[in-house]
Design a protein around this ligand. Structure first.
Ligand code: PGA
Length: 255
């Protein structure tokens, strides 16, 4: 199974719509980025989604950083899958560690969000990862297995195959620290085995699993070279168009 490489930028709470338009203009002038032989996506804040959908080339997809699992209703501050689809969004991050730790998102809610996203044709980007205490206690495999199982519980094998998982060790996010690429590979291989147990080997072979946490132009190729790592989910280094373009090129094997 050949899985196409995927680079996703997660802007978190950075950039206004005006700043997003400037990013798109800069990215369009970066030769190679949009044409790279990898799939590209950017997840801006909700308020910049429309600007990016208009300004980015068709080849760069626009994603959301979160989505709610209800269709509609009295859920102040939440955004439904249908609203995202209508805005031109094609993928949605679910279960990012900042949502889990700062906003109390549970494993069960992440599973509900994945189901709601898929139901509306959005690709869920399911984030899993251990924190430092869990890593120090040798619980990494157990934690990511639990999070993965809960996130995919309501999805069929075909739906899992078309989804994306991002392994993001919490201690690596925004810290400048990363695991060795071989260590991330081992955890991701374990995630694939869990998916195989629950949903079968076809789904496990097809699902794209990314690494995330302090990825930058200088280290992305080493992660992407691992057989089970299909790309990266990038925060800080995705905010600059030139940096994003360099990561796309590096992931494509350009340098
Ligand atoms: P970082 O964030 O690349 O800034 O470490 C990654 C993420 O949180 O998705």
């Amino acid at each position: 199974m050949t899985r196409r490489k995927l680079l996703i930028g997660n802007w978190k709470m950075f950039k206004t719509a005006t700043e997003a338009r400037a990013f798109a203009a800069d990215l369009n002038t970066e030769s190679g980025a949009a044409q790279a032989s990898v799939d590209l996506a950017v997840c801006p804040p909700f308020t910049a989604i429309s600007a990016l959908v208009e300004a980015l080339p068709e080849s760069v997809k626009v994603g959301a950083q979160n989505v709610y699992f209800e269709e509609q209703g009295a859920f102040t501050g939440e955004i439904s899958p249908a609203m995202l689809v209508d805005a031109g969004v094609t993928l949605a991050i679910v279960g990012h560690s900042e949502r889990r730790t700062l906003f109390g998102e549970t494993d069960a809610a992440v599973g509900q969000k994945a189901v709601a996203a898929v139901k509306h044709g959005l690709t869920p980007v399911i984030c899993v990862g251990e924190n430092l205490a869990e890593r120090d206690a040798n619980q990494t495999a157990e934690v990511v297995a639990r999070q993965t199982r809960a996130a995919i519980a309501g999805l069929s094998a075909e739906q899992v195959a078309a989804s994306v998982v991002a392994y993001e060790p919490v201690w690596a996010i925004g810290s400048g620290r990363t695991p060795e690429p071989g260590d991330a590979e081992a955890v991701i291989d374990g995630i694939r085995k869990v998916i195989s147990e629950d949903k079968g080997s076809t789904a496990a072979d097809a699902v794209r699993i990314l690494y995330g946490g302090s990825v930058k132009p200088e280290n992305i190729a080493a992660f992407g070279a691992q057989p089970n790592i299909d790309g990266a989910l990038v925060g800080g280094a995705s905010l600059d168009a030139s940096s994003f373009a360099r990561m796309a090129t590096a992931l494509a094997g350009g340098n």
